[in-house]
Each structure stands twice: as structure tokens, then as C-alpha cells.
Design a protein around this ligand. Structure first.
Ligand code: NDP
Ligand code: MG
Length: 383
């Protein structure tokens, strides 16, 4: 039977890889609903090509633009606004939602999907970083299938082994764009330099988070919630080639790894095919063409946001939300060239130090704090 997908964040980098997978797997997959923020000129033609009946754009408020989009694409059912997205997720026909909305904007969709008991292929790691404690309560019998490549690797290496047999998870990190850049050159890093990832072609936020390795702190938090392990049993190491996507070390000393050339199509395919594996030609790993694989520790002075992120993870509560929002704001300031790359950590630290801990925040508190922390961080720099 063909599995119907609700594809959220359809115009982004993960969205694009999902279309590639669906194009190859037409016997298995179809898209019944797709959502983006505002990029209708990309999504509407894709909807016609892939036969997607229903679309929603959360970020188009202008009613005359809405009317003209509907006129231009009369065969599509097109909705606008965040509330429409949440209500479609509660009412439309789909088997699994792939949440690839960028950044903190993705959390409410995760909650809508799970509150309806639907399965969730999760790329939006921020959902777990900000609301992992609530997601776990809401999950019930629904499956959360990791799309982040590291977590897909761990999920595959874990198989059906009980956690008591797991010594620790080892999350691999590429080290980002500046692994070899002399520290003295860091103040001169430009947005253009930071937006180039050595191995992966991704959206702006996750690429910048890879350069600072804040992304890896987010992924440690994501792993904590997905696999139910304490932080002491989750390690991260640099593996510059991004061939081993992560590992599980078992109590007997054995380490299981999952490998392929870096391509997000594979974790997307696995999340959508699970518990089966389907034939695919998209990702081909020729072992004799691979570079030598190497590993190194994560240096403190090079990646301060990673280490601060781990501290925040351990403290939990509202602080991961605050830190993520502060990083999103600092990144915006950096991209607008209002601050230097090396100013990012101190801005984030300043926001954190002005925050009162809330230990078990509800969704409303998380959303409110996300917005206020973002604005607080932006406010440090005059516009
Ligand atoms: P992109 O920035 O490339 O795309 C973001 C997508 O989300 C776009 O479709 C955008 O629409 C949409 N969007 C943004 N805000 C909203 C909103 N408020 N409501 C609905 N849709 C919205 O991001 P990526 O594809 O790189 O990443 C998506 C998620 O997946 C992130 O959480 C990221 O951390 C995670 N991830 C990404 C990886 C990658 O390889 N790219 C790897 C692992 C995880 P529009 O185009 O209209 O603005
Ligand atoms: Mg990842």
C-alpha cells in the first residue's frame, strides 16, 4: 500500500531530498499534504508534478497575494497561516508526517502530529531540544523516526537491543567549516565562509550551527530524548569525513557503526520505509573510493557553543529553549554582518545569564520564552 506523507518544510534542503526519495519510490510513497513558509513559486509547481492535492503556507499574510496564488493554481487546495497548518495536521489524511521545518518554528507541528497519534519522521531537532519532556509524554504509541543522520545511524545500530546492553552512544561530527582554521583568523570569518559546509548541503541554520558545532550540542540533546539515555552515556567526536554517521558502543566492547557517503536521502528513506528496507539507487557508497577515516576530540577553545550547549543540556528545563533562541538571533545578526563570528558565544552567554530557570515548562511557556529570548538577544545590538 502507498504510504501518504505530510511533508512539512517542503521547500528546504530536507524537503528537496524527500522529493528525490518520493520520485524514486512512487510505488511506496505519495505526498498528501505539503507545507512551507512562503516559497509558493517553488512548492506549487512541485505540487502539480507530484500530485499533491493540499498545500499550506504559514507565512503569507497578504490577502491579495493569497488570492493571486489561488488564481494561478486553481487545481490545488491552498491554505494560509500557522493555524491552518495545525488544523490540517489534525484533520487531513496521512500516515506519517515528515517535520523538516527549520529551527524553533517546527515545534508546534510536532505537537499537532503526535497529539493525533500519527507517526513522525523527525528532522526538526529543535522540537526535542525545546520540548523533549513534553514530546515523550505526548508520544503514546506513535513512532518517532529520526531523520537526522546521526540519530538514524544510532537507531539502526541499536536495533532491538535493550538499553541495559548499551555502554554509550557516540555521535560523530564533521567539525564544520573551521576545523583547521587558525583561531587567530576566527574574527575575520564572514557569513559566506560560514555558510559553506565541507560535506553536507543543508539549510542556513543547520550549516551555521555546524560551523560553531552548536548543532552537535543540539544533537546530543536530541539523542537524549530519542533514545532515553542520560547525558553521561552520550559522547560526541569529530570524524571529518562524515562517512560513519554515528555509533553505538555495547557493554561487551563491540562498537556498531552505520556508514554511507553523506546524503540525507538515506536517513529520510529509512524513516519512511521503516520497519522495511526498500531498493534504492540514490545513495551508492563505493568503499574503495572513500577517504581514510579519522577521529579527533572536540576542542574547547574552537567550539565554545558546543561545550556551553552540553552544560545547558544537563541543566535542562527552559534553558535549551533560551540557548537555541539566542543562537538563532545571534546567527541573524552575524548574517546581517552586525556582529562578528567570535561575538556569537558572548551574546548567547549574556542571554542565558539573564534567564531564570523553569524546570518543567509547558508548550505555551516554551513558545513565549523562545520569542522573548530571541528578541532579548537581538536587542543587544542596535539596528
Ligand atoms: P531549510 O532552511 O533548508 O528549510 C526550512 C523549511 O522550513 C523551508 O521549507 C521553509 O519554507 C520552512 N519553514 C520555515 N519556517 C516555517 C514555518 N514557520 N512554517 C512552515 N514552514 C516553515 O532547512 P533544512 O531543510 O536544512 O532543515 C530543516 C530541519 O531539519 C531543521 O530543523 C534542521 O536542523 C534539520 N536537519 C537538517 C539537515 C539537512 O541536511 N539540511 C540535517 C539534519 C537535520 P520557505 O522555503 O517557504 O521559507
Ligand atoms: Mg545531523
Amino acid at each position: 500500500m502507498v504510504k501518504k506523507i505530510a511533508l512539512l518544510g517542503a521547500t528546504g534542503s530536507i524537503g528537496g531530498s524527500c522529493f528525490k526519495v518520493v520520485a524514486e519510490q512512487r510505488d511506496h510513497l505519495s505526498i498528501s499534504l505539503a507545507a512551507a513558509h512562503s516559497n509558493y513559486s517553488k512548492l506549487c509547481p512541485l505540487a502539480l508534478e507530484f500530485g499533491i492535492p493540499t498545500l499550506v503556507f504559514t507565512g503569507i499574510d497578504d490577502t491579495s497575494l493569497q488570492a493571486s496564488i489561488r488564481r494561478e493554481f486553481p487545481t490545488l487546495r491552498i491554505y494560509f497561516g500557522k493555524d491552518s497548518l495545525l488544523s490540517l495536521l489534525l484533520n487531513e489524511d496521512y500516515k506519517i508526517a515528515l517535520n523538516a521545518i527549520g529551527g524553533s518554528n517546527g515545534i508546534e507541528a510536532t505537537f499537532a502530529v503526535l497529539s493525533r497519534g500519527k507517526d513522525l519522521a523527525l528532522a526538526n531537532k529543535e522540537s526535542l531540544v525545546m520540548g523533549g519532556h513534553l514530546v515523550k509524554k505526548l508520544q503514546g504509541n506513535a513512532k518517532i523516526l529520526p531523520v537526522d543522520s546521526e540519530h538514524s545511524a544510532i537507531f539502526q545500530a541499536l536495533g532491538k537491543h535493550p538499553l541495559s546492553e548499551v555502554e554509550k552512544l557516540i555521535i560523530t561530527a564533521s567539525g564544520g567549516a573551521f576545523r583547521r582554521t587558525p583561531l587567530s583568523d576566527f574574527p575575520a570569518i564572514t557569513p559566506q565562509m560560514a555558510l559553506k559546509h565541507p560535506n553536507w548541503d543543508m539549510g542556513a541554520k543547520v550549516t551555521l550551527d555546524s560551523a560553531t558545532m552548536f548543532n552537535k550540542a543540539l544533537e546530543v540533546m536530541e539523542a537524549h530524548w530519542l533514545f532515553d539515555l542520560p547525558y553521561e552515556r552520550i559522547d560526541a567526536i569529530i570524524h571529518p569525513q562524515s562517512i560513519i554517521h554515528s555509533m553505538v558502543q555495547y557493554v561487551d566492547g563491540s562498537i556498531l557503526a552505520q556508514m554511507s557517503v553523506p546524503d540525507m536521502s538515506l536517513p529520510i528513506l529509512y524513516a519512511l520505509s521503516f520497519p522495511e528496507r526498500w531498493n534504492s539507487e540514490i545513495v551508492q557508497t563505493e568503499l574503495y573510493r572513500l577517504p581514510e577515516l579519522s577521529f579527533e576530540p572536540i576542542a574547547k577553545e574552537r567550539y565554545p557553543l558546543f561545550h556551553l550547549g552540553l552544560e545547558v543540556a544537563r541543566q535542562g528545563g527552559i534553558l535549551p529553549t533560551v540557548m537555541n533562541a539566542a543562537v538563532e538571533a545571534a546567527m541573524k545578526l552575524f548574517l546581517e554582518q552586525k556582529i562578528r563570528f567570535t561575538d556569537i558565544p558572548s551574546l548567547v552567554y549574556r542571554t542565558l545569564s539573564q534567564t531564570m530557570q523553569i524546570t518543567d515548562p509547558d508548550l505555551k511557556t516554551i513558545l513565549y520564552t523562545n520569542e522573548t529570548s530571541y528578541q532579548l538577544t537581538l536587542g543587544y545590538v542596535s539596528h
